[in-house]
Write a protein that binds this ligand. Structure first.
Ligand code: MG
Length: 367
């Protein structure tokens, strides 16, 4: 099988809640997502999606994804999309770095492999663990009372894991954590995600002030070394996210005992092929994982579901259903949250069918 054409589409994904805010005053109200269609000489077309969390979260931005896809696409015409590791090496040889540019192409090629073999992607990624899996809900940064007030509403939707966006004024963040923790019920879990927003002295004060609270601390500071220092001064379960983008850092973090949980985002690693490699390494090392992406609509949510469903249940800390945060559906067949839980499709490939009327005309066309 050969790749004959690659197209990219731009789609806006507004949020049901109007905006999403996190550390440092960062905020997004409409996500700019890119859908990739990889066409083949076998008549199979695969779809992928990449959606940066604005241009200021990771070194990634929406127009960069599309420019990168047009740059990279020309090197992939004639390649076999079902030979995923070969294809990834080809992408790495043609374009240094830029994992988020490669992510949607790799995702689309897994969709092709699944369609060609009649298997859901989760089966190809290792098999389906259990019937479904639990989701977390991110709580956008607001006042402590407003954030605590969201816990009950999201629990009514079935969520039992709540990720508070902190990383602001440390005194307010202490109140945010305490107010939200007071709303928890047995079995709930609370994660305070600072998204790199604290300096070390502030992070040390926050973790000391909430020492008696059952809360996970996620990515308090900007660098790995800063986070490791905070980790060594706190006894909360500890999550690393923004710094976790390669096997190297996973191995280093394991050797340093730098974290209990890592966040594996598909586009941060460069697609399902590399995210799976990281997932399998973590599973072998006994490191629990949040499996997700930077953001996305139905296609990213489908890909997350396949990677999450093929992760051993006890090692899947949590995952997310981005398509329930946004008002626009870009594909049929995407997984939907049921009582705070989700499952990967049982259809071949990613199990989605894009809504062409929503995608509109392609903005990138190679081949
Ligand atoms: Mg995070």
């Amino acid at each position: 099988m050969k790749i004959t054409r690659i197209r990219a589409y731009q789609v806006d994904l507004p949020l049901h809640e109007g905006s999403y805010k996190w550390s440092g005053g960062k905020s997004v109200s409409v996500f700019d997502s890119t859908v990739v269609a990889v066409e083949t000489d076998a008549g199979i077309t695969g779809y992928g999606e990449v959606c940066p969390l604005g241009p200021f979260y990771l070194p990634a931005y929406a127009r960069g994804a599309r420019t990168g896809i047009s740059e990279l696409g020309q090197h992939l015409l004639g390649e076999d999309p079902t030979h995923l590791v070969c294809l990834n090496r080809r992408m790495d040889a043609a374009l240094q770095g830029h994992p988020y540019v490669k992510s949607a192409i790799d995702m689309a090629c897994w969709d092709i492999l699944g369609q060609a073999t009649g298997q859901p992607v989760c089966v190809l990624l290792g098999g389906r663990f259990g019937e479904d899996f639990g989701l977390y809900r991110a709580i956008s940064q607001e006042s402590p009372d407003a954030m605590a007030g969201k816990v009950a509403g999201y629990r009514a939707e079935g969520y039992r894991r709540f990720q508070l966006k902190v990383g602001g004024d440390p005194h307010v963040d202490i109140e945010r954590i305490r107010a939200a923790a007071a709303k928890l019920e047995p079995g709930d879990r609370l994660i305070a995600d600072a998204n790199t927003g604290w300096l070390m002295h502030d992070a040390l004060r926050v973790v000391r002030a909430v020492r008696d609270v059952d809360v996970y601390i996620e990515q308090p500071c900007r660098t790995y070394e800063e986070c490791l220092t905070i980790r060594q001064h706190c006894d909360h379960p500890f999550v690393l996210d923004e710094n976790i983008d390669s096997l190297d850092v996973l191995l280093r973090g394991h050797a340093d005992r730098a974290m209990d949980v890592v966040n594996i985002k598909i586009s941060k690693f460069g697609g399902l092929t590399k995210a799976r490699q990281a997932r399998d390494l973590c599973a072998s090392l006994g490191i629990a994982m949040t499996i997700e992406d930077s953001w996305g609509g139905d296609i990213v949510t489908a890909a997350i579901a396949h990677l999450a469903h093929s992760t051993p249940t006890e090692l899947l800390f949590t995952t997310t259903d981005f398509n329930s945060y946004v008002t626009v559906s870009i594909a049929e067949g995407a997984p939907r949250r049921v009582s705070g839980r989700m499952a990967a499709s049982r259809e071949p490939g990613l199990g989605i069918k894009p809504r062409i009327e929503v995608l509109g005309k392609p903005v990138v066309e190679v081949g």
